[in-house]
Ligand binder design. Structure first.
Ligand SMILES: C[S@@+](CC[C@H](N)C(=O)[O-])C[C@H]1O[C@@H](n2cnc3c(N)ncnc32)[C@H](O)[C@@H]1O
Length: 375
């Protein structure tokens, strides 16, 4: 059983190993990304609209076009795009090198008599077109591609690249989004004693583990369409000693019964779904929640709550980082979408876990924003 850390990231038993050269490359990438995000990005300010400019899709698009005509904007954009490729190069081959071992280890966690959670895969559940037509945030093969039997590549790669891309801001086990939201739920709904909690789009369950920690008496479920991430996520949760039930399901139409969950959550999922899919997800959340249950879909801050400079990165991601739905989502009122999907207007609202989180964390898209529904 491994322990320790890879330069700040907790090295659980499923975490890839790195040799000297791989670690050197990854550390370079991490500091390169930090430099772009925390130093170079500020230099875009004079090219942006002035503070107070109302946000709209048109405003962010016109601002982006202006930035990209300027040599400084072109330099920043190129360096940022190359960062994505560096990250893939620094992590992908290292995961491939040890893939047979990682697959074997995940199999052992699945067949162990000591397992504490579960994994149910459903090969008939296909990744939706909005995930398969593009490689979201330039992740080679996306979340769902399987290279070999019982593959865990996409999950193992995601664990390490997400840590590097977010410059460690999600914490050593990358559970910060889940922790912030679960703690907010505890603070704002102390009377809620959940028996069953679901995270939709859980990927490798890094936020799901936080729900286990905050609600140790509840049954915790994580669903995703991507089998390689779920296999890795299940083994990772077992290695971390967290009791989670993973299953391969489409959040637009799950197999769960009506009125089943006390909390339905998601973290950083809804910006990667199409508009039509998000309507279905809001409707499905309503269907599977118990009366009085809580929906909390957590994602990036809407443009209207960001300064013009803070709007640049999510809009850049839409155009250049294969995340085509972000700008439309951030320019829209998602509570209206939830109402179109069947929620009553008095049941849904926007909320932030804390003011601090909604500002200055542009690298993870202004975490802390939530669309909240109380059934
Ligand atoms: C950015 S990742 C989410 C990360 C993770 N929840 C976290 O806390 O950081 C988006 C995930 O949503 C999943 N996803 C997208 N559409 C989905 C759908 N319709 N049903 C289930 N999962 C979906 C993708 O496969 C991917 O794993």
């Amino acid at each position: 059983m491994k322990t320790g850390s890879i330069a700040g990231q907790h090295q659980h038993d499923m975490m890839m190993d790195v040799n000297h050269d791989e670690l050197a490359y990854q550390l370079f990438v991490q500091s390169y990304i930090q430099d772009i995000n925390f130093r170079l990005q500020g230099g875009l300010k004079p090219l942006c609209d002035t503070e107070g400019t109302p946000a709209s899709l048109k405003q962010v698009v016109e601002q982006r076009r202006r930035i990209l005509k300027h040599p400084y904007g072109q330099m920043w954009s190129s360096l940022r795009r190359i960062a994505r490729e560096f990250t893939c190069e620094a992590v992908g081959p290292a995961v491939e090198r040890q893939l047979p071992d990682l697959i074997e280890k995940a199999r052992k966690y699945r067949s162990s008599n000591r397992k504490i959670g579960s994994l149910q895969l459903a090969p008939d559940v296909k990744a939706p077109r909005y995930n398969t037509e593009i490689e979201i945030h330039c992740k080679p093969g996306g979340y769902h591609t399987e290279l070999t039997a019982d593959d865990v590549f996409a999950g193992a790669e995601y664990d390490r690249t997400t840590y590097l891309n977010t410059a460690g801001l999600l914490g050593p086990v990358m559970d910060r989004l889940g922790k912030d939201v679960a703690q907010w739920v505890k603070r704002s709904h102390p009377q809620l004693k959940p028996r069953r909690i679901l995270e939709m789009g859980c990927t490798i369950g890094q936020s799901t583990v936080a729900w286990v920690d905050e609600y140790p008496d509840a049954e915790i479920y994580g669903i995703d369409v991507a089998a390689p991430c779920l296999r890795y996520g299940h083994a990772r949760a077992e290695a971390l000693g967290r009791h989670i039930h993973f299953s391969q399901q489409d959040a637009e139409r799950t197999g769960f019964p009506d009125n089943h969950f006390d909390i339905v959550a998601s973290h950083a999922m809804i910006h990667e779904t199409s508009t039509a899919a998000l309507h279905n997800i809001f409707a499905e959340s309503l269907r599977i929640l118990k009366p009085g249950g809580l929906m909390v879909h957590n994602d990036g801050t809407p443009f209207r709550d960001l300064t013009p400079l803070e709007r640049v990165v999510p809009d850049w991601d839409t155009q250049f980082n294969a995340e085509p739905f972000i700008s439309k989502m951030r320019a829209s009122d998602l509570t209206e979408w939830a109402v179109e999907a069947g929620w009553r207007p008095d049941q849904v609202r926007h909320a932030y876990t804390s003011e601090n989180l909604s500002r200055g964390v542009s690298v993870i898209g202004g975490a802390g924003y939530m669309v909240v529904g109380r059934k």
